[in-house]
Ligand binder design. Sequence first.
Ligand SMILES: [Zn+2]
Length: 405
Amino acid sequence: MKKFLLYFLLLALFSPLVMAKTYHWKKGTTFLSFLHKNGIPQKLYYNLDAHDKELMAEIKAKQKYSMLKNRKGQIEEILIPITEELQIQIIKIKNKKKKYRISLRPIPFETLKGSIHLKIKKSFYKDLYAKTHSKALVTAVKKAYGNKVGLNKMKKGDSISIFYEQKRRAGKAISRPKILASSAIINKKKFYTYLTSNGRYYDSLGSEYRKYKKLYTPYIQPVKMKRVSSGFTHRRWHPILHRYRAHLGIDYAARTGTPIRATSKGKIIQLGRKGGYGHCITIQHANGMRSLYAHMSRYRKGLRVGSRVAQGKVIGYVGSTGRSTGPHLHFGMYKQGKAVNPARFVRVKQSKRASKLKGKKYRALRKTVVKYRSKFKKIRRSGGDPLFVKKGNYLVKRSEYIAMK
Ligand SMILES: [Zn+2]
């Protein structure tokens, strides 16, 4: 206790800064009005390039952000997350009154590795959930086995080993768990699945596990494309500009007035100006998917928030409103609120066959298989080391659990 008091006393005496405070981004606040309200020159925004200006429209209502003020009450630093990995930093230039710099910064996170060995008592789902309280982990394991292996049929006496990783920040998960390797014994038969560098899962001999699905509602390209003028980048260090760049959508170059079509059927949930995106429409689709169409010259007549649109229906026309260097459509897609690469969805998908690894890729897989052989053996004995541990009625973080021991 004494130590703490002393610490705060020293902090108060010698530190010119006070602690950063957390706020919530108010609904309807534009980035410009935010700067104005906080006495930060708006040219900070105007000096940004078009893509970075677009990003400012990505700040979500109720988004938590932090502000650090010095003892004179001047703003020293503001950090506003725009994706899970990237934040806007506004920082005061030292010894200059009211001079600020703005840049994109990565949000630090750690990737934690976990492992689990589970002897089935009731069912795969119930037992794994009881141990980890993570539905996302259950889903991820199912996906790793495609639908070739009947995890749902697992019974008492069967077992499963799982190696996985998850991105965390301050102990909180910020990504879905990623299965690295898993082995299951179902009715005395052994199954293995391994993640390879192409992001797909294969068994020990290089046959792919893939969930066969009938063609799901596809998403069509919203404009007849001439060319893609800018692709999707989530968080990328630009070696020449020496800073982080992000572009949360695809830019299709097209003439002003080119019709824009709804990528899939849905309901319009936003229609109007949206910061750097200019005239903009957002459509809510099934399965937590949203699509965004920006820089429009005009909307189709009669559309409003709440209107339902069919796939392929014209919703507006290409333009150059907002922060744009020329007529184009900025097309964004979001899954559960997170920006995803539209190219992953819009491409016309043929029902792909499961593949078999050959050559170099097959040899890489075999190396992975050998690496995990001893690892599987180990966790069969130890039970593994999950990222969450259940302790009595509480679920505690692994780091805390270790500290308690
Ligand atoms: Zn764009």
